[in-house]
Design a protein around this ligand. Structure first.
Ligand SMILES: CC(C)(COP(=O)(O)OP(=O)(O)OC[C@H]1O[C@@H](n2cnc3c(N)ncnc32)[C@H](O)[C@@H]1OP(=O)(O)O)[C@@H](O)C(=O)NCCC(=O)NCCS
Length: 269
């Protein structure tokens, strides 16, 4: 059982002035996909994250939900999830299009404040963050090689990002953020899709009942080379995190009784 949720926890849609804190949180919590080779490296706030978050916070087809908890009279920013919703395209019902999901966020001057209360990184920690570009490119290839994302053809909710501050993991915050989308999807009787790498895949599968879509699975070694399903089965462990590799998959969560098919594989809710 996770520890109890921190007292005073609040969940709300992100505002424009939350962007720097959000970027900081993302920098503090690299995911397994691209950056885990540099877990000791922190940079504040990361320009790469700022660049994609700034327009996203105003996009009504993306919903950024954040978790804040009161610490010493200030809001500490401890979690984030990003959702989109795909609806049937009225011009071509075999396809989907992004639907409005978020309230309008007024354009405000972005305040250079950091409500995470984290002290600046030490000199040792502030080495330049070097994204593992070979790894990122290999993951992109892995994703493209599998079936195209089912969200392009199936009305659904899609989880595009999930992060919980390292000091607050294990309190049920990640589950709380994901369950919101599962509840919305259950009401509308549509699936929820998420792409995950290593620890994300385990979390969505074991903690939240997602199912791995096997045609989308991929395994990469430390140099970003593909390892085939057959090689994995015959004991190649180059994809394991401790060996510098990574694996990933698209996962689906289905409402009760919903049946979903992808490349002749059937998944049931
Ligand atoms: C993955 C992550 C979001 C989980 O958030 P969290 O708030 O710590 O998760 P919760 O406290 O809600 O955990 C709920 C349950 O999931 C389990 N769990 C958490 N992380 C897990 C993991 N990586 N693998 C398997 N189970 C996991 C917990 O042990 C807990 O189980 P319990 O109820 O039996 O005790 C968080 O660890 C994180 O931000 N990681 C870094 C970023 C990342 O990998 N995001 C996923 C993107 S692909």
């Amino acid at each position: 059982m996770p520890r109890p949720l921190p007292p005073g926890l609040q969940v709300r849609q992100a505002r424009a002035d939350d962007v720097p804190s959000l970027a900081t949180l993302l920098s503090l919590t690299p995911d397994d996909g691209t950056l885990y080779q540099y877990p000791h490296v922190l940079k504040y706030p990361d320009d790469m994250h700022l660049d994609w978050l700034r327009p996203l916070v105003h996009d009504p087809t993306s919903l950024i939900r954040i978790v804040v908890v009161p610490v010493d009279g200030k809001d500490k920013f401890v979690g984030f999830s990003c959702w989109t919703r795909q609806e049937a395209d009225p011009l071509d019902p075999t396809k989907t299009r992004p639907a409005k999901i978020a309230a309008e966020v007024p354009v405000a001057d972005e305040v250079e404040k950091d409500i995470t209360n984290d002290s600046p990184p030490s000199e040792e920690q502030s080495e330049v963050l070097v994204p593992n570009e070979a790894r990122a490119a290999a993951i992109e290839r892995g994703r493209k090689r599998g079936s195209p994302s089912p969200a392009k053809t199936t009305p659904c909710y899609e989880l595009g990002g999930l992060v919980v501050h390292p000091d607050y993991q294990g309190h049920g915050i990640g589950s709380l953020l994901v369950r919101w989308g599962l509840d919305e999807a259950a009401k509308e009787r549509v699936p929820v899709f998420v792409g995950g790498e290593t620890q994300g895949v385990d979390f969505y599968e074991k903690a939240l009942g997602f199912q791995r879509l096997s045609p989308t699975e991929f395994w990469l070694d430390a140099e970003g080379r593909d390892i085939t399903r057959e090689e994995v089965k015959s004991g190649n462990e180059g994809w394991k995190k401790e060996n510098g590799g990574v694996s990933g998959a698209e996962l689906v969560w289905l409402p009760d009784g919903y049946v979903f098919e992808l490349d002749n594989e059937v998944y049931k809710g």
